[in-house]
Unconditional design. Structure first.
Length: 359
């Protein structure tokens, strides 16, 4: 009997040990399954520009047209991601749809410069490799996001501009068009209105005041409408891209934030993918897209917190606009400090949201 007691005790100890281990395993398994449930397989978010987009200025037809185009665009990216395609392809193809639509200030329908030309900017970034491509001030490349992608994939450079960018586009076999392809009457009317408004100003004799007139608070809101996309694919790779005609009445070869990596576009698999829209000069100065990623990286902020913090900084400087972004866990954020922003999201369940006015 004396011999049996220690054996029984040892057995009991062993059983309780196993129980503890099992509950630990269950906790791990639970956490894992929770993470898997929370993190969607893929996600995609787009914007079609931020600005003074007010319901009172919209007709039901116009609103329906914007919603239909946003849906068409995001569904293209959704299909790419659903079929296991890359976030880079989803971003490029989604932006193509919006570039080809005269509704948005990108590709066909881009805003006019002061000289009545259309000069386009675009950029794209791969969150996996931190590789990036951008083009600025092109007038003959039908889909500037394709050019940005070609710069990233097939050149040693990150940003090409003007004539050189167009020569490269031709070498790459991209579709070139006559500059008049981008022309729309609606945008020309906007330019005329802005110029009329400018002409009413009395103090635009020297360059500096003319520059200030360009940023007159009353007229700047006629200028937004950029397009952008951020996506997470099934392999956990993030990508973002942005394409724009810039701001109405821009001059002197002005380049905005859209083609600037870190301002208009940023993607990093460690944090998030971001595409910006708004008053470009402020987005450049605030380094919006990279700063959101940096706040997540260095300070551990959530995507939402980081986006709000950076847009508050833009507002403090005197600018406005918005961003769309997705983080490495598939959380999507559309944040803006303007009256509205055209936007849409889709998750891996095929659930679609579309927004235009305030959140
Ligand atoms: N950010 C663009 C620019 O300044 C304009 C826009 O987003 O609408 O060129």
């Amino acid at each position: 009997m004396k011999k049996i007691i220690p054996i029984i005790l040892a057995l009991l100890l062993c059983i309780s040990c196993k129980k503890e281990n099992k509950s630990e395993e269950t906790a791990v398994a639970k956490n894992q399954s929770e993470t898997t449930i929370e993190r969607p397989e893929f996600a995609i978010i787009i914007h079609g520009g931020a600005g003074t987009i007010l319901k009172k200025n919209m007709t039901p037809e116009k609103e329906a047209a914007y919603k239909a185009k946003l849906e068409e665009a995001i569904r293209v990216g959704y299909e790419v991601l659903k079929n296991g395609g890359s976030s880079l392809d989803a971003v490029t193809k989604t932006i193509n749809i919006m570039e080809d639509s005269p509704l948005f200030n990108a590709g066909k329908g881009a805003v006019f410069t002061n000289a009545e030309t259309n000069e386009l900017d675009a950029s794209i970034m791969d969150g996996k490799t931190l590789n990036a491509g951008a083009s600025a001030g092109t007038t003959t490349v039908r889909n500037p996001i394709d050019l940005a992608r070609a710069v990233m994939d097939n050149s040693k450079h990150v940003m090409l501009s003007g004539k050189g960018a167009e020569i490269f586009a031709e070498e790459q076999g991209l579709t070139l068009v006559e500059p008049s392809y981008f022309h729309t009457d609606r945008r020309l009317e906007s330019l005329k209105r802005v110029k009329e408004r400018e002409a009413q100003k009395t103090n635009k004799i020297d360059t500096e005041s003319a520059y200030l007139d360009f940023y007159d608070a009353d007229i700047k809101n006629a200028k937004f409408g950029t397009v952008g996309c951020a996506a997470l694919d099934k392999n956990g790779n993030l990508a973002a891209g942005t394409s724009t005609g810039g701001m109405t009445n821009k001059r002197y070869g002005r380049v905005g934030d859209a083609p600037i990596i870190g301002s208009g576009t940023y993607a990093n698999n460690a944090t998030c993918a971001v595409s910006s829209t708004g008053w470009g000069e402020y987005f450049i100065r605030a380094q919006v897209a990279h700063d959101i990623s940096a706040l997540m990286d260095y300070k551990g902020l959530s995507l939402k917190e980081a986006s709000k913090t950076v847009l508050d900084k833009v507002a403090e400087l005197g600018g406005d606009g918005g961003i769309v972004a997705v983080d490495k866990n598939g959380n999507m954020v559309a944040e803006f400090n303007t009256a509205g922003m055209y936007r849409a999201t889709m998750n891996d369940k095929g659930e679609l949201t579309i927004g235009i006015y305030e959140q």
